[in-house]
Design a protein around this ligand. Structure first.
Ligand code: AMP
Ligand code: MG
Length: 501
């Protein structure tokens, strides 16, 4: 594989990472290779998936330019602070693509590291396939995300509640810098005892500054040298996260574990654990078996993003102003602006779902009223919007979806079409905009389960591959009649996704 690895991350002070090699596995076999992504990385996408490539993607072989590390980080998990780190992942390096991008290439499930705590350093095939599938869908929706380049079956068994086939995912990300990485830096500055390190306290924010400067260099180079760059960094990350979470809500995505260690500063979606998609619309939807409080429910994700960004802002305090009181005032003011910022992104996303290219004061009410109708009638989120996305639905809604014939819906429909008529764009143009914003297919939970069980129980990767192919272009016109639009039967319904990974 034609990797071209750099390792700029190792310019950070030593507590931020540990040099550690993957632990070889018994019998690696590539079961999924994302050739579209391989091509985008400038790799030979047609290269055979033989033992050499499998060995490299399993961590058994090391590319000459790779100097693997595990990254240290911390995070608030369900509200509680913990020291963490890559407990089962190795960053092979930052691949420099022919078109000048710098992308992290990480193996996940590649063995223990100093951050493994009591974990085995391994991953099971099912969750790694899920991550690949959902990430590919995100990418297809045009939503910033880490992606899966490959899944390698290890030929080893991992023990969770039951014995399961082991696997390693190759994950590609613009970086793995998390809000939790900043929390780790702030913990170093605060002199928190880090196992294996006796770093002196640096109240002036030495470690945080090093990480912030690195982040600016890597993700936001336009801010280099700006006197207000740290406040600008906070504002930019707030912007990215507001846009990201609004985009999730556009497609009905429930991340499931929005802990601060699962939130990137690049604004990419990361760590697909018990994630799933809303079907019958309900803002209280939760799938994760461990989220008993509904902390990360569908409709709560904007608030949780703000909560996480407040943790991010806290880490930046020493950099925002030398006077702690002034720094706090800056941070509080900025974080206080998040709800309005998020609402703007959310409304823009929802207007695009309704084909609205301009803005009117009553749009939020129009949107809320449709969501309310969907909630009351248990309508499918994806299909409702997709069924609305045609000229036919604008003129004769009942033909697009029999449920649209109900009087309460017709009342809303009249408001909507009157609103469409008031914008300069033609109906046809509005419908086109809607089909770009409203996917025809999503990785429906029962389809993901079906693909995963075929792979895990019968070694059959055909459903996974088919789903991956379909999700590469989820808004495509030709998919309207696809069986992937069908709702689960009662037996197929997925109410809970297991968090065990
Ligand atoms: P995640 O739920 O994947 O975001 O992981 C949360 C934390 O637990 C991260 O620090 C992981 O590296 C660590 N972790 C998860 N599973 C394992 C495992 N099997 N072995 C070691 N560490 C793990
Ligand atoms: Mg994580």
């Amino acid at each position: 594989m034609d990797w071209n690895f750099d390792d700029s991350y190792t310019r950070l002070p030593e507590p931020f990472f540990t040099r550690v090699r993957p632990t070889p596995v018994k019998a690696p076999v590539i079961v999924v290779l994302n050739r579209r992504l391989a091509e985008a990385l400038g790799l030979d996408a047609q290269a055979p998936m033989g033992p050499e490539a499998a060995g490299m993607l399993a961590g058994n072989r090391r590319h000459p330019s790779s100097r693997p590390i595990a990254q240290a980080y911390a995070g608030h998990q369900f509200g509680h602070f913990t020291l963490l780190g890559d407990g089962r992942a190795h960053l092979l390096g930052e691949h420099l693509t022919p078109d000048g991008q710098r992308l992290d290439v990480q193996l996940k499930g590649s063995g223990v590291t100093p951050y493994s705590r009591r974990g085995d350093g391994r991953a099971a095939l099912g969750p790694m396939l899920r991550e690949c599938l959902v990430a590919e869908a995100m990418h297809g929706f045009g939503i910033p995300t880490t992606r899966g380049l490959a899944v390698v079956a290890t030929g080893e068994t991992v023990f969770r509640e039951t014995p399961l086939p082991g696997a390693i995912l190759t994950r590609v990300a613009s970086s793995h810098i998390r809000v939790g990485t900043f929390e780790f830096a702030a913990a170093l500055d605060a002199g928190v005892d880090i196992p294996g390190h006796s770093a002196p306290r640096a109240a002036d924010g030495t470690y945080t500054r090093a990480l912030a400067d690195y982040t600016v260099w890597r993700h936001y180079p336009a801010l280099i040298g700006e006197p207000t760059r740290y406040a600008d960094l906070l504002r930019t990350v707030m912007e990215r996260q507001a846009a990201l979470v609004a985009a999730w809500m556009r497609v009905g995505f429930v991340h499931g574990v929005m802990n601060t260690d699962n939130m990137t500063v690049s604004g990419e979606t990361i760590d697909f654990g018990p994630c799933a998609f809303v079907e019958q619309y309900d803002p209280a939807t939760v799938f994760s078996s461990i989220d008993v409080q509904g902390r990360y429910a569908f409709g709560n994700q904007g608030r949780m993003a703000q909560w996480n960004l407040a943790r991010f802002a806290e880490t930046l305090l020493p950099l925002l102003d030398a006077d702690p009181k002034a720094a706090l005032a800056i941070a509080e003011q900025m974080i206080g602006e998040f709800p309005a910022l998020f609402e703007r992104h959310f409304q823009t996303a929802m207007r695009s779902k309704l084909g609205l290219g301009n803005e009117e004061p009553d749009d939020p009410a129009l949107i809320a009223s449709l969501l309310d109708w969907m909630h009351r009638s248990r309508a499918d989120y994806t299909n409702t919007f997709r069924d609305l996305s045609s000229r036919v639905a604008m003129e004769d809604p009942q033909r697009a979806n029999p449920g649209f014939g109900r009087p309460d819906f017709m009342a809303w429909h009249a408001r909507w079409t009157a609103r469409l008529a008031r914008q300069p764009a033609h109906f046809e143009e509005a419908a086109l905009r809607m089909r770009g914003a409203n996917p025809a297919v999503i990785p429906r939970n029962h389809r993901v389960e079906e693909a995963i069980s075929a792979a895990v129980e019968a070694g059959d990767l055909t459903p996974t591959q088919r789903l991956l192919d379909i999700l590469a272009d989820p808004c495509s016109e030709t998919l309207d009649g696809s069986d992937y639009r069908q709702l689960p039967t009662r037996d197929q319904q997925v109410h809970e996704t297991f968090c065990g990974t």
